[in-house]
Design a protein around this ligand. Structure first.
Ligand code: ADP
Ligand code: MG
Length: 384
């Protein structure tokens, strides 16, 4: 990827890049829709991500091109927000890097030319957006010699997506991309921003963790994601707590709420938070296979209580379990994207075949599989 980026950069901008930076996508093992409720998540970084070749420029402009986008974009970094400027669809992808540059401008970042390349599927729930933001953020900070610690940089990248792109995402994706360690999952407390490394090496326990791109693409900006957030806020307000994280007595809370929809949302968020704690306990105990039960419980809760699952994910979980998987669940915001399956390594092929066959029977686009090996975080990948 790097030779292609180097040559591509020279062809696009007529000079060499000053460096190439990389940031990975992630999968969240467990803890879905807990992040914006002040709760816990447990993502790990994938061995796939977004790379950015970059060089400074002194005209206060960010010029961005991507091997995965048709149109290049040139924008001043001292503009307002991309959302308020109402960019046309073919420029929309550039809201992520331009948004990051605009947020980092107040920390001393200036203009730059960027060329982007990626081996991470977009819109598959594997967080290509945060990988793009974090690779850009790291590149700009290093180019301009600005030191921002990684938890803070994650918050700034999140701010870029919230304010500039207009996507009200939580802190998980950017934290995973910037903080994960190989062979570990990252337990992140989304309220305090504090995180800890939890050993997670499925292969060492004779297991494989498959990521299945269900090929049902999601469109999360606004829509159902915003509705779920608003429902959680309404439930927290009705219960007199700052966030659903603070609900200690689930039965009491369910008795207080009259709206059945809000009751279901609370049921999911509160139990999902406990499942993250249970999963961390199992991993620390070395009981990796037992995670399967947590994944299954999470999926049922997301399907029936939070109501964000989609038919391709439900069918994949069902087929995987019948073929001998320990567990599986949808990942990401919902309504499309990916799911994960924890399976004894020797049964991985059988599970893949079973899911593919289930899709074929229904006439759906064949799913794609990825062996998810918990990998390292964002880094510079060429010397200066
Ligand atoms: P996810 O983060 O799950 O992949 P999102 O909808 O949050 O899905 O982000 C996907 C968007 O990020 C794409 O539609 C595109 O705008 C942008 N993006 C991600 N990777 C690239 C890339 N390599 N080149 C250009 N844009 C990208
Ligand atoms: Mg995203």
């Amino acid at each position: 990827m790097t030779p292609r980026l180097g040559a591509g950069f020279a062809a696009a901008y007529g000079r060499e890049p000053e460096g190439v930076w990389y940031a990975p996508g992630r999968v969240n093992l467990i803890g879905e829709h807990t992040d914006y409720n002040g709760g816990l998540v447990l993502p790990f970084a994938l061995p796939l991500g977004v790379s950015v070749a970059a060089a400074r420029r002194d005209d206060g402009v960010l010029e961005v091109r991507s091997h995965q986008a048709r149109a290049g974009v040139t924008a001043p970094i001292d503009g307002g927000t991309v959302v308020s400027e109402g960019w046309p669809a073919e420029r929309a992808w550039a809201a992520y890097p331009v948004g990051v540059a605009r947020v980092l401008r107040e920390h001393g970042v200036g203009g730059a030319s960027l060329l982007i390349d990626s081996d991470l599927p977009q819109g598959a729930g594997l967080s290509s957006s945060a990988a793009l933001e974090c690779a850009t953020a790291l590149a700009l900070c290093e180019l301009y010699g600005i030191r921002i610690d990684r938890p803070e940089l994650a918050r700034l990248a999140q701010r870029a997506e919230n304010e500039q792109v207009g996507m009200p995402c939580g802190l998980m994706d950017q934290s995973a991309s910037l903080l994960c360690k190989a062979g570990h999952a990252l337990m992140l407390d989304c309220r305090s921003g504090l995180s800890g490394q939890v050993p997670f090496d499925p292969a060492a326990s004779g297991l494989a963790l498959l990521v299945v791109d269900t090929r049902a693409s999601h469109a999360l900006t606004g829509g159902e994601y915003g509705t779920r957030r608003a429902e959680c806020e309404a439930a927290a307000a009705a219960l007199g707590v700052e966030a659903l994280r603070d609900v200690r007595d689930l039965a009491g809370a369910l008795g207080t709420l009259r709206d059945p929809v809000l009751r279901r949302r609370v049921q999911h968020v509160v139990t999902e938070n406990h499942r993250v704690e249970a999963a961390v306990g199992l991993l620390r105990a070395g009981a990796v296979a037992e995670l399967g039960a947590m994944l299954n419980a999470s999926h049922l809760s997301l399907r029936d209580q939070f109501e964000v699952s989609w038919p391709e994910a439900d069918a994949a979980v069902d087929a995987a379990l019948r073929a001998g998987a320990r567990g599986g669940r949808m990942v990401g915001g919902g309504f499309g994207g990916s799911m994960i399956v924890l399976v004894p390594a020797e049964k991985a092929d059988r599970v893949r075949d079973a899911i593919t066959a289930a899709y074929a029977r229904r006439g759906w686009t064949a799913p794609e599989f990825l062996d998810a090996v918990p990998s390292g975080s964002a880094a510079r990948i060429t010397a200066s």
